[in-house]
Write a protein that binds this ligand. Structure first.
Ligand code: FAD
Ligand code: MLT
Ligand code: ZN
Length: 468
């Protein structure tokens, strides 16, 4: 049956669109973190929506699961097959055309395999802005950012991917195509179907194209890196930055000392902007069209300093300096990966609970595994912490052994303080069981009901997201 499927896929899509050589499939079956590796019957690389539909229809008929994949930068193991050996990866990498930029409607229509950075560049070339911004933007795709409802460093101002999508084209689990590729700002015709697919992590269909919202370009940017005494100071600064920012506050990011140390150790050319070491750091950016962004940021920092919320600050005086300050923030994921085993916790809490969370949970974790390194950073302006852990130096095995207990400590505290165990990375394979444990019974029932209604035969991304 599966040999027939590979033969049929080759006949329908062409030899070169169906990869079965294990060496050629290797990059598609292991995720970015290296923690998830599976096996696939084949990797299919369609070049059009019609080819995606054909591939899904053939897989559904053969009872074979489909794992959609974009840039494979996901951090929860959702975009790679598991070890069941009964799945096909559909990679959207050949579908990377910007179909249209419409400066009057302020929209951009794009195929799902297009890298996010290409979309940002196409918007900029038209004098507009596509504001989603992530460390992985050179590799992650529009389909992947839609499927995960990605967040990143500009959510504070522009929202998550969900808020930037106007229309979608989706291949459904039975191979039919839903053409919802409409550029409408208003469309109250019943359930908002596109929102079901956004954030569904490939479990309901394959996104093949999207209409995205564009925004006014922000050619002037003012950026500062600040030193802080505490997480409490970082959260107390938010209203002040908002007030001075006058609607131009775009980024407010937090970095703990350990996170900065890792970047300084692993990123060539990175340097500490301050002469002294500090416990916490922030990266703040205002962006707009008028020249007053610098002035506003300077006033905000002066005010913060007067109120005792800042220990030190450096303002970027040139594009090169801005880039080097951003590199300290964007380099953390890669630097932590170079440091050995990592346990990621992408959590979100009410902003007023963040400092209590950090103060209470750190000691509990260190008691459970002495020597572990807390690598805390993230999008504090959104209440989103990457509360990541690195293994004690030279002892990756200890972190792997204690991972379930450590994660339980983190998730129990997040839940007790009214937060969520996934802020922006999703559920994938990593958090599927946890989602079942930390969601209410009603929520789990609703998740299962939606999956059953749209994918009754379980074709799409089996054993991901929805509790078994
Ligand atoms: P993949 O990894 O290929 O897939 C992710 C999920 O989407 C999988 O479940 C997959 O099945 C599904 N999928 C992919 N394409 C499709 C499609 N066309 N149709 C249906 N389902 C599909 N994430 C954030 O939110 N914010 C960040 O700040 C952030 N920073 C990151 C920094 C680094 C260095 C790295 C490595 C990752 C970061 N991520 C971040 C995570 C990741 O980049 C995002 O989740 C991104 O949206 C994944 O896009 P992708 O194209 O790589 O998707
Ligand atoms: C980031 O914001 O840098 C990533 O989402 C965090 C991570 O890699 O854990
Ligand atoms: Zn993030």
């Amino acid at each position: 049956m599966t040999a027939n499927l590979v033969h049929d896929l080759r006949t329908a899509l062409g030899e070169s669109a169906v990869v079965t050589d294990p060496a050629d499939m290797a990059a598609y079956v292991t995720d970015w973190t290296g923690s998830f590796t599976g096996t696939a019957l084949a990797v299919v690389r369609p070049a059009s929506t019609a080819e995606v539909a054909t591939a899904v229809r053939l897989c559904a008929a053969a009872g074979v699961g489909v794992v959609p994949q974009g840039g494979n930068t996901g951090l929860v193991g959702g975009g790679v097959p598991d070890s069941g050996g009964d799945q096909i990866v559909i990679s959207l990498g050949r579908m990377r055309r910007v179909r249209e930029v419409d400066p009057v409607a302020d929209t951009l229509t794009v195929e799902a395999g297009t890298p996010l950075a290409t979309v940002q560049e196409a918007a900029a070339a038209a004098g507009r802005l596509f504001p989603l911004s992530l460390g992985s933007e050179g590799s992650c795709t529009i389909g992947g950012t839609i499927a995960t409802n990605a967040g990143g460093t500009a959510v504070l101002r522009y929202g998550m991917m969900r808020e930037l999508v106007l229309g979608l084209e989706v291949v459904l689990p039975d191979g039919r195509v839903w053409d919802g590729l409409r550029p409408l700002r208003k469309d109250n015709t019943g359930y908002d179907l596109k929102q079901l697919f956004i954030g569904s992590e490939g479990t309901l269909g394959v996104v093949t194209a999207a209409v995205l919202r564009l925004l006014p370009a922000t050619p002037r940017r003012a950026t500062a890196f600040v030193a802080l005494e505490s997480v409490e100071a970082a959260t107390a600064l938010l209203p002040l930055l908002r007030e001075h920012g006058g609607g131009q506050l775009t980024t407010w990011e937090l970095l703990g000392r350990q996170a900065v140390d890792l970047v300084l150790a692993h990123l060539p050319g990175a340097r500490d902007p301050f002469p002294e070491r500090h416990a916490w750091y922030g990266l703040v950016e205002l962006a707009g069209t008028s020249a007053d962004v610098d002035e506003r940021l300077e006033e905000a920092l002066a005010d913060a300093s007067e109120q005792g919320l800042l220990v030190d600050a450096v303002l970027a005086g040139s594009p090169a300096q801005r880039e080097s300050l951003w590199a300290l923030r964007e380099g953390v994921s890669e630097a932590q990966k170079s440091e050995g085993a990592t346990l990621k916790h992408d959590v979100t809490l009410p902003i007023t609970a963040l400092s209590r969370f950090v103060a209470e949970v750190g000691p509990r974790l260190l008691t459970a595994l002495p020597g572990l390194r807390l690598v805390t950073y993230g999008h504090i302006g959104d209440g989103n912490l990457h509360y990541n852990i690195s293994a004690p130096v030279g002892d990756d095995a200890a972190l792997k052994r204690e991972a379930p207990a450590l994660t339980r400590i983190v998730y129990d505290a997040v839940t007790a303080l009214g937060g969520s165990i996934s802020a922006e990375h999703g559920i994938g394979a990593l958090k599927r069981d946890a989602a079942a444990a930390y969601k209410t019974g009603v929520e789990v029932d609703l998740l299962r009901a939606v999956k059953q209604a749209i994918d009754p035969d379980g074709v799409m991304n089996p054993r991901k997201v929805v509790p078994g």
